[in-house]
Design a protein around this ligand. Structure first.
Ligand SMILES: Cc1cc2nc3c(=O)[nH]c(=O)nc-3n(C[C@H](O)[C@H](O)[C@H](O)COP(=O)(O)OP(=O)(O)OC[C@H]3O[C@@H](n4cnc5c(N)ncnc54)[C@H](O)[C@@H]3O)c2cc1C
Length: 384
């Protein structure tokens, strides 16, 4: 029988969810270990676009390694009818490379006192009334009072907790070497393209000397997704650029009633299926859920395991309504993409999107705007 676990909190996976969790837990005084399969700085398939919500959490805690800040968005409808909206004031989005961004969070977690162990793959968990035993791929074991599962959308923790998903998408991305002309053309500007396949879209995100070009579409349409990326690149005149990286990754959105914990194990970020269903923006969800999981795990170390119940309550209160709103917008977008495109050209649509990007309003807040609510209801965005 275990009396004193090795750590108060063990975090599995060192992405934004795990590292924000570890930073928060360690800052609150918990003995915290992070177990990461890869070694930072490591690549992660991701647009690296931080909305204002993500920036608002990160900026006070880490040195945000911005590659660009965005003040204009070009919208296109499957490559056609492009138009650009310019924003004044605060940037709409901040562009980071995930290897830099996650490394900055790693440093913050270490500074707060977390023990970060890299090149360590977690293989299995077992728990009893006192602690969780974590087994690594090399057979080594450690024990912790609470485990935070933040191993992303392809990890083992969601299965352990029993998280179910009602939306799965495949994102494909290339990192292109930007020519001097590209750098001038794309500086401070992104492009969002609404794809012909329902619910799909593409993006160009500038990162100084690189352009991240990607597309996302419902899982199970690999050939169509690849074809969309090829056509998108050709339409942008970017087919001949040097491809520095070419990769894909799944995104998954949780079913609304899926569990967020099992005993002493919490899940956060992509492992919990916490993601904005329409834009598939996930960094703000990872940082928010990770921070709450870390704070609550540290509280459980002081007050007992009952404190963990506060975690699902926070997710249900703050993130579930946003995901519901995102599902409704995705429903409308999937059926009426031309109308969504046209809406972005209107002052009402643009202001709502701009405010969402800046983090001034949530998706649920967007849908509470009276004219948008009426339009979404009329267009059948019943959602979940
Ligand atoms: C193509 C694409 C583009 C995207 N663009 C954006 C965007 O522009 N903006 C945005 O906000 N979101 C974007 N997202 C979503 C965003 O990437 C994720 O939501 C975010 O990375 C989730 O962070 P996380 O910490 O939960 O997981 P991850 O970032 O996936 O981190 C999980 C970590 O766990 C580690 N790990 C996995 N298994 C194990 C194991 N068994 N043991 C130990 N470690 C393990 C991995 O190595 C990894 O470091 C995009 C997603 C995709 C697929």
């Amino acid at each position: 029988m275990i009396t004193e676990p090795d750590f108060d909190v063990a975090v599995v996976g060192a992405g934004p969810a795990g590292l924000s969790a570890a930073r928060a837990a360690a800052a609150a005084g918990a003995r915290t270990v992070v177990l990461e399969r890869a070694e930072h700085p490591r690549y992660k398939t991701c647009g690296g676009g931080l909305i204002g919500t993500s920036l608002g959490i990160a900026a006070p805690l880490v040195q945000v390694p911005a590659r660009d800040t965005v003040s204009a968005i070009t919208f296109s409808d499957d490559g056609h009818r492009p138009f650009t909206r310019q924003a004044g004031g605060k940037p709409l989005l901040t562009m980071v490379r995930r290897d830099d961004f996650d490394h900055a969070w790693l440093k913050a977690a270490v500074s707060a006192g977390a023990d970060v162990r890299q090149n360590v793959q977690v293989r299995a968990l077992e728990q009893d009334a006192d602690a969780v035993t974590v087994t690594m791929a090399d057979g080594a074991k450690l024990t912790a009072g609470v485990v935070i599962g933040s191993d992303g959308s392809a990890g083992i923790m969601s299965r352990y907790v029993g998280v179910s998903f009602d939306q799965q998408d495949l994102g494909l991305e290339v990192e292109l070497a930007a020519t001097p002309e590209d750098r001038a053309a794309w500086r401070r500007r992104v492009q969002l393209d609404w794809g012909a396949e329902p619910g799909s879209y593409g993006w160009v995100f500038p990162k100084d000397d690189e352009l991240t070009v990607g597309v996302i579409m419902a899982k199970g349409k690999g050939a169509e997704t690849k074809d969309y990326l090829t056509r998108f690149l050709a339409g942008l005149g970017l087919s001949d650029r040097e491809v520095r990286r070419d990769s894909g990754h799944l995104t998954r959105c949780r079913t609304p009633d899926a569990p967020l914990m099992r005993g002493r194990v919490l899940v956060a970020g992509d492992a919990a299926g916490l993601l904005e269903p329409w834009t598939r923006e996930g960094i703000s969800y990872a940082l928010r859920s990770g921070t709450w999981a870390g704070e609550i795990a540290a509280r459980a170390a002081r007050q007992g395991v009952g404190a963990l119940d506060g975690y699902p309550a926070l997710i249900r209160k703050h993130l579930a309504p946003e995901m519901t709103a995102g599902r409704r917008l995705l429903n409308v977008f999937s059926r009426h993409r031309h109308l969504m495109h046209a809406a972005m050209a209107t002052p009402l649509g643009w202001r709502a999107f701009e405010s969402f990007c800046r983090g001034e309003i949530t998706m649920a807040g967007v849908l509470r705007r009276p004219q948008i609510r009426v339009a979404v209801n009329l267009l059948g965005g019943e959602g979940a």
